[in-house]
Design a protein around this ligand. Structure first.
Ligand SMILES: *Cc1c(COP(=O)(O)O)cnc(C)c1O
Ligand SMILES: [Zn+2]
Length: 428
């Protein structure tokens, strides 16, 4: 990719449109609105085409013109372009005609969609001259910052609620990151990080580097469009923590039209949360954009447990503007959905994936999502990282002596109709 040219012009306040230089800053000084990357779309339109993109390596960086960096990407060069799976067995189970799973459970290198946002944030952090990077995380972001920082030779600090899943903690420690468990929910971790960012001058990927970080999520949307042969799906179901991913997939669909990669088509955006931490869903369902914080999240979907979602307001608007909706799922429904996905499609998603599928099912059952239109469900994290959510939820393996007699007895006991009796098996 010989593309030192940049199309990324400024940071811009989402509220008042004030322009800011492309530094490590994330709020407007006039109205505290969030800053967002702004581009020269006319120049991008002239510079890219489907053919050009298709000739590039199969990574998220094939959409580089629409990402907020100045030079060549330097972090996460293999990230993205995860499978879009046509899910026929799951579609049958849900009574839907055409269903796809965007499977970021196998994203590189840390098995969640956060590898996308970190690739952009750390590339930009290096451009801005940071040697120490950090984050406030519900788990997956910590894993991705730790891994990508290690590979880039950067020092990293990750701050997490102390009671995360064991595997999420371990998957940060192994890379040599400084891992700090905070005795409090994510909101308190995040508030502390804002204070640290101000005082220590580190590059916090989701605080002072947030405008760059957030744009990485768009690549999930661009890939969905390209993998559907350059079409925007009618319905997309997306998990929500801060609400950023949902907002940015919406932006990706709009930008793809704006730069001429895809024809405009109506699309609806749906958000999914856990019942035990559902501030955005509750607001959407109440018909308001006022997000009421959830001070004590209580759900097995810890990666989505953000009680005061930074982009909740914008997520509600994206759903409203596109004619979408939100849903939430109980812990029991989340586990049910994890099993359904595994048993029908052979995909083991983390609890957030269970949330998204359970909510998609509700939206289909209630008629909010029509059964005969194309649906994409975003699976954003890997089940191996939240395995303890399934403790006691699966049948334990059978245990026998290494003897054929015990095996025969077991098979007959489990499936007497299919196998007849052990005597018959013996004579075959
Ligand atoms: C972080 C995360 C999300 C969504 O995060 P947003 O803050 O809404 O962008 C979804 N799924 C998983 C597994 C995550 O880790
Ligand atoms: Zn402003």
């Amino acid at each position: 990719m010989a593309m030192a040219e940049t199309f990324f012009s400024n940071l811009k306040c989402r509220e008042c449109g004030a322009l800011y230089p492309k530094k490590a800053t994330h709020v407007c000084e006039f109205d505290f609105g969030p800053l967002e990357a702004d581009y020269d779309y006319a120049k991008i339109r002239a510079a890219i085409s489907r053919e050009k993109i298709q000739a590039r390596p199969l990574t998220m960086w094939r959409y580089r013109e629409l990402l907020p960096i100045d030079g060549e990407p330097t972090v996460g060069l293999q990230t993205g372009f995860t499978p879009l799976v046509k899910a026929e067995r799951l579609a049958r189970a849900l009574g839907a005609r055409e269903l796809y799973l965007k499977n970021d459970a196998v994203n590189y290198p840390t098995l969640s969609f956060k590898d996308r946002v970190v690739a952009v944030a750390l590339t930009r952090a290096r451009e801005l001259g940071f040697n120490i990077v950090a984050c406030a995380s519900t788990g997956n972001l910590a894993n991705s910052v730790a891994a990508n920082a290690a590979a880039a030779g950067l020092e990293s600090y990750v701050l997490i609620p102390y009671d995360l899943e064991r595997s999420k903690v371990l998957n940060s420690l192994v890379y040599g990151a400084q891992v700090i468990g905070i005795e409090g929910p994510y909101d308190q971790v995040n508030r502390l990080c804002s204070e640290i960012a101000g005082k220590y001058g580190w590059g916090f990927v989701n605080v002072n580097l947030r405008p760059y970080y957030a744009e990485g999520s768009k690549t999930l949307g661009f890939e969905i469009i390209e993998q559907l042969d350059w079409r925007i799906p009618a319905h997309t179901v997306i998990p929500m923590a801060s609400g950023s991913l949902l907002t940015k997939i919406t932006k990706a669909y709009q930008e793809a039209v704006k730069v001429g990669l895809v024809n405009a088509a109506p699309f609806r955006i749906y958000g999914a949360q856990a019942r035990g931490c559902n501030p955005i869903t509750a607001a959407q369902q109440a018909g308001t954009d006022l997000i009421r914080p959830v001070p004590r999240p209580d759900t097995i979907a810890k990666s989505l447990a953000i009680g005061t979602p930074a982009d909740g307001y914008y997520a509600v608007h994206a759903m409203r503007q596109t004619g979408g909706a939100a849903a939430d799922a109980t812990d029991a429904e989340i586990i049910e959905a994890i099993k359904l996905l595994a048993e029908t499609e052979g995909i083991f998603a983390e609890t957030a994936g269970g949330v998204t599928l359970a909510c998609a099912k509700k939206l289909i059952d209630s008629g909010r999502i029509p059964r005969d239109e194309r649906v994409v469900i975003c699976i954003t994290g890997n089940g191996l990282k939240t395995a303890e959510a399934l403790d006691g939820q699966l049948t334990e393996p059978a245990r026998i002596k290494p003897s054929l007699r015990e095996f025969d007895a077991l098979i007959v006991k489990n499936e007497p109709q299919r196998h007849g009796d052990a005597e018959k098996i013996k004579t075959v």
